[in-house]
Design a protein. Structure first.
Length: 242
């Protein structure tokens, strides 16, 4: 069995990541490089928007200063709110709707009393884990050029290294798109190939053939995949009698 596929010109290929919001995967946040599209979740937005204010108010609620003998004296006092009440006041709650555990309240207190602000990865990752109940990590994905980069925060339970590599390829559209022939008659030339589109992440022909075979529900060793790679556009002179 042979499978025929021709490559779409790279300038016209479309990454499946940007075909519509319904295709956007879960458990991943993009933010940092304003030259590229960002994607956030409510928990991340709340951390960036409210954490610094919440931490400052927590500190001020638990102490006050007086000026005595030319020095500022710190005085500890009984807090007006509990940690759970303080979090609730800023809209922070567990995604599963349950109450904060003693351990989680302690972790929130350490975050609020620490020296890191809302723009630090330490706060973002810890707060995301507290809110979602899943461990998060961060990395930087990159494209072909120096300015092609974006900061990624991802749920480690939902994203493997291979999946992140595929996401990176789709985000910067560095893969390749192919039309796979699905007509009964074999094509005599690339122009005869007609069918559906497959976006491939592989960077060499063997990897691309494997992905196209899988799209047909086959293994690469079971079929022969014939690729027609795009090279360039041909210019044909046109004449008219004068």
């Amino acid at each position: 069995m042979k499978i025929y596929a021709k490559q779409i010109s790279p300038e016209y290929q479309e990454s499946p990541l940007f075909l519509g919001d319904e295709f956007w995967p879960e458990g991943i946040i993009l933010d940092g490089n304003k030259n590229y599209q960002s994607h956030t979740i409510p928990a991340y937005d709340d951390i960036k928007r409210y954490f610094d204010e919440m931490a400052e108010e927590w500190e001020n609620d638990g102490c006050y200063y007086t000026y005595e003998d030319g020095k500022h004296i710190l005085h500890k006092c009984k807090r007006e709110y509990t940690i759970a009440e303080h979090l609730r006041g800023y809209g922070f709650q567990r995604e599963d709707g349950k109450a904060w555990t003693t351990k989680q309240r302690h972790e929130w207190r350490l975050l609020m009393e620490g020296e890191q602000a809302a723009d630090s990865d330490e706060v973002i990752l810890a707060a995301l884990q507290l809110i979602t109940g899943h461990k998060w990590d961060t990395t930087t994905i990159k494209g072909c050029c120096q300015g092609d980069w974006q900061t990624v925060y991802y749920d480690v339970e939902k994203w493997s290294r291979e999946e992140l590599d595929h996401f990176e390829t789709e985000y910067f559209n560095t893969g390749s798109e192919w039309i796979v022939h699905d007509e009964k008659a074999e094509p005599e030339s690339p122009e005869d190939i007609s069918g559906y589109s497959v976006y491939c992440h592989g960077w060499n022909n063997d990897q691309i053939k494997e992905e196209i075979a899988e799209a047909q529900g086959k293994k690469a060793e079971e079929v022969e995949v014939v690729l027609f790679a795009f090279k360039t556009y041909a210019r044909t002179p046109v004449y008219e009698a004068v």
